[in-house]
Design a binder for this molecule. Structure first.
Ligand SMILES: [Mg+2]
Length: 215
């Protein structure tokens, strides 16, 4: 199929919550190398609360409703910088697709761009500062390029996943310019960025779940 039914796709977010739960310790371990080590715990807290409220595995909720719920929980329940950033990301994406019945590749691209714009409006972070934007920006761009060269939705999601993994890997060689890790200067090189890592996990999970709906 070329599109999926937005109104019955709440499961996409339910599946994402499991990915964050599974990676709780890993994300905190990465954060602990250059920061305060709370990223996995914070993320798990918000995503677990969302999971508990998505009755029946998200069935009966639209993707927009499920993302709105997640965004609201992240904005209100998670401290630090990541709650507002991811909260805004999911709220903006929810709003972008809220009125649509079916989601095709161009709709999905528009949704990702809306989420990205929401984050960029909050932070002055540049590409190369070693943050989640170093995954989100190239991944969305890769998805857009894949569509521009004629790949279908499913194949472009494969491209998105590859870009997310590769760009996450690339953050290891970057020097942190913002956040707690920036205090380390050059010594932040050689470690993954925690936000970039959770962003790559989120994008891969969204892509996997949407591909399952398309097939
Ligand atoms: Mg932290």
């Amino acid at each position: 199929m070329k599109t999926f039914d937005q109104q019955a796709a709440g499961r996409v977010i339910y599946e994402l919550t499991a990915v964050i739960q599974k990676n709780r310790d890993y994300l905190s371990e990465i954060d602990g190398a250059t920061g305060d080590g709370d990223h996995g715990v914070n993320m798990n807290k918000g995503f677990t609360k969302c999971r508990e409220q998505l009755e029946g595995g998200g069935e009966g909720r639209s993707l927009s409703e499920a993302m709105d719920l997640l965004g609201d929980i992240l904005l209100s329940e998670i401290g630090g910088s990541m709650g507002p950033l991811y909260g805004t990301f999911f709220m903006e994406m929810a709003e972008n697709i809220g009125g649509k019945a079916q989601i095709g590749a161009e709709d999905f691209l528009g949704m990702l761009k809306a989420g990205l714009a929401g984050i960029r409006a909050l932070v002055p972070t540049e590409i190369g500062d070693k943050t989640l934007l170093d995954v989100l920006v190239p991944s969305v761009a890769a998805f857009e390029t894949a569509l521009a060269v004629g790949k279908d939705f499913d194949a472009a999601l494969d491209t998105l996943k590859v870009a997310a993994a590769e760009s996450r890997e690339a953050t290891k060689d970057m020097v942190a310019k913002v956040g707690r890790a920036s205090r380390l200067g050059e010594r932040s090189r050689g470690f993954y960025d925690a936000g970039a890592t959770s962003c790559a996990l989120i994008l891969a999970s969204l892509a996997d779940s949407v591909q399952a709906l398309l097939r």
